[in-house]
Design a binder for this molecule. Structure first.
Ligand SMILES: NC(=O)c1ccc[n+]([C@@H]2O[C@H](COP(=O)([O-])OP(=O)(O)OC[C@H]3O[C@@H](n4cnc5c(N)ncnc54)[C@H](OP(=O)(O)O)[C@@H]3O)[C@@H](O)[C@H]2O)c1
Length: 230
């Protein structure tokens, strides 16, 4: 593996945290970020190994450059952050929409922009979208929109940053993720051919494949146990 750190923006919780932990277990230096630096440091120490925590708010793009100042060479950049919320076009919440659009579409892009000169030879980038872009649900107006935007972003970045590889991963409902673990998911399970929801470990496996396989570039990988087939 190349020198440099694995940076996981949104690495203090859920899938991002699991992915950070997997790289740390392999002895790779990792930087995890969340909105609050103190919490990010606590999460980093909880993961253990060569992991460092930093504070970074993607919904405040003008602050991202400074927040990333302490980050050195980067071999893998993962941007997985999300702020949860609901929005409907019939009772549209502009504040929520502006925040999530800024976070996912401007904040993700600004993070890549700021770190582009720190990417080492052989580096790769992974952006998180989600299958709300293909299968909307009640209240998913904004998240369906921004996750669709990730598909566009990954294509242009893979061209502009070549030979750096850039991929996107789109999980379905991840049953053991913090957001879903206590929610009723029976209807989603019924539609999933594998008879259960996908797990964080499976999404981490797929994410690692995209990050490490030298032939994967410009891809939108769906990880949903076949959920979209029904
Ligand atoms: N879980 C699922 O079922 C599912 C399904 C489809 C797609 N996805 C996608 O997979 C990714 C990970 O999802 P998850 O459920 O594992 O996430 P999660 O547990 O909700 O964690 C979200 C992460 O984003 C960070 N974050 C929140 N607001 C931020 C902001 N304004 N700026 C920077 N960081 C911020 C959080 O850090 P702090 O709280 O420490 O600030 C945390 O590390 C997301 O992009 C999500 O859209 C997940």
């Amino acid at each position: 593996m190349a020198d440099g750190a694995v940076v996981v923006v949104g690495g203090t919780s859920g899938i991002g945290r699991e992915l950070a932990a997997a790289y740390a277990r392999a002895g790779t230096p990792v930087v995890v970020s969340g909105r609050d630096e103190q919490r990010a440091r606590e999460v980093a120490s909880g993961i253990g190994g060569p992991v460092r925590g930093i504070g970074l708010d993607l919904a405040e793009p003008a602050s991202i450059r400074q927040a990333l100042e302490s980050v050195g060479p980067v071999q893998r950049l993962v941007v997985s952050a999300i702020e949860r919320g609901v929005n409907h076009i019939t009772r549209f919440d502009r504040t929520h929409a502006m925040r999530l659009v800024t976070l996912k579409l401007v904040g993700y892009a600004e993070t890549v922009h700021v770190l582009q000169d720190r990417l080492v030879a052989g580096a790769s980038i992974l952006l998180f979208g989600g299958l709300a872009k293909e299968r909307p649900y009640d209240g998913s107006t904004t998240v369906s929109t921004v996750n669709g935007g990730i598909s566009g972003m990954v294509r242009t970045l893979a061209c502009e940053l070549a030979p750096v590889r850039v991929n996107a991963i789109h999980p379905g409902i991840v049953g053991d993720s913090p957001y879903w673990i206590d929610k009723p998911v029976g209807a989603f399970v019924e539609r999933t051919p594998i008879g259960r929801l996908v797990t964080m470990a499976e999404v981490v496996q797929a994410a690692t494949f995209l990050l490490e396989c030298g032939g994967m570039n410009g891809a939108d990988l769906f990880v949903d146990g076949g959920w979209l087939l029904r």
